[in-house]
Design a protein around this ligand. Structure first.
Ligand code: CP
Ligand code: NVA
Length: 302
């Protein structure tokens, strides 16, 4: 794996290899086995948006692997004053061994990889969130034993999470259904690809989408950068909530995942969230293990 810009760039084999490596690194960390595979390597972490999980898991991940991570707020970098991404890429490539970036436009992540000469990892854009979905797939596999043939249902905004879940789910042989209100659908090209490459359904009917699901998934109604639309979105997404009534349509042993942060009472009720807290926080922990697997592959450790 040279970069991780979006899951569409990875083959099914590459995704499976990453999940296997994530499992191995998780097991080894739990058993006190240390691997300083990235000793002497540095990762720059550019953040144009807030983060709890991504920032801490990447920083701890680099520490675990014997490397070093630098937190770089885009407000403090010259990017924030208009220095082109093309120049930033070429400068940072002279100092660092890899870059993780969380920003708005997917094109900025792609440009960073094109103009730089070091691996680039996407830590979330408006378009996708590949690191999160690798951790999600790892969690489903841990819980259900397999991915192929399992049904994943995403409820809510057709946002970065929906886009990456569709790609990651279909690539690993899952059936994917999405319940979104019209006007808030996932990326049209991704849905077309999903229809051509697997079992995919997009509907406004949340009960139809949830029917016999093995995994129920949701995310906030207003993503980072959309705070000004929060009130309009609350109205648009009314009813697109994972609650005990929707859970009855899913399989009786369905798991519930949420990338977090969560807004109880909006996209998920507090009772469903707490009933599935074990899975949701395992999912959060798996960010660390899955990303270490990505770091090892991208930053050239053996
Ligand atoms: N899920 C996720 O990416 O969390 P953060 O925004 O806290 O990084
Ligand atoms: N869709 C959310 C995901 C947060 C991890 C956002 O972009 O804010």
């Amino acid at each position: 794996m040279k970069h991780l810009l979006k899951l569409m760039d990875l083959s099914t084999k590459e995704i499976q290899k990453t999940l296997n490596l994530g499992d191995q690194l998780k097991y080894e960390k739990k058993n006190g086995i240390k691997h300083h595979i990235l000793e002497g390597k540095t990762l720059g972490m550019i953040f144009a948006k807030s983060s709890t999980r991504t920032r801490v898991s990447f920083e701890v991940g680099m520490y675990d692997l014997g490397g070093y991570a630098l937190f770089l707020s885009s407000h403090d970098l010259q990017i924030g004053r208009g220095e082109p991404i093309e120049d930033t890429a070429r400068v940072l490539s002279r100092f660092l061994d890899g870059i993780m970036i969380r920003t708005f436009d997917q094109s900025d992540v792609e440009k960073l990889a094109e103009y730089g000469s070091i691996p680039v990892i996407n830590g979330l854009t408006d378009y996708c969130h590949p690191c999160q979905v690798l951790a999600d797939l790892m969690t489903v596999r841990e819980c259900k034993g397999t991915l192929s043939g399992k049904k994943l249902c995403f409820v809510g905004d057709g946002n970065n999470m929906a886009n990456s879940l569709i790609v990651g789910g279909i690539k690993t042989g899952m059936k994917v259904s999405v319940a979104c209100p019209s006007g808030y659908l996932p990326d049209a090209d991704i849905m077309k690809w999903a229809n051509e490459n697997g079992e995919f359904e997009c509907t406004e009917d949340i009960y139809q989408a949830a029917k016999d699901a093995d995994v129920m998934y949701t995310d906030v109604w207003a993503s980072m950068g959309q705070e000004g639309e929060a009130e309009i979105r609350k109205k648009a997404f009314d009813g697109y909530q994972i609650n005990s009534s929707v859970m009855k349509a899913a399989k009786s042993d369905a798991m519930v995942l949420h990338c977090l942060p969560a807004h109880r009472g909006e996209e998920i009720t507090a009772d469903v969230f707490e009933a599935h807290a074990k899975e949701i926080f395992e999912e959060a922990e798996n960010r660390l293990h899955a990303q270490k697997a990505v770091l090892v592959q991208c930053l050239g450790g053996k």
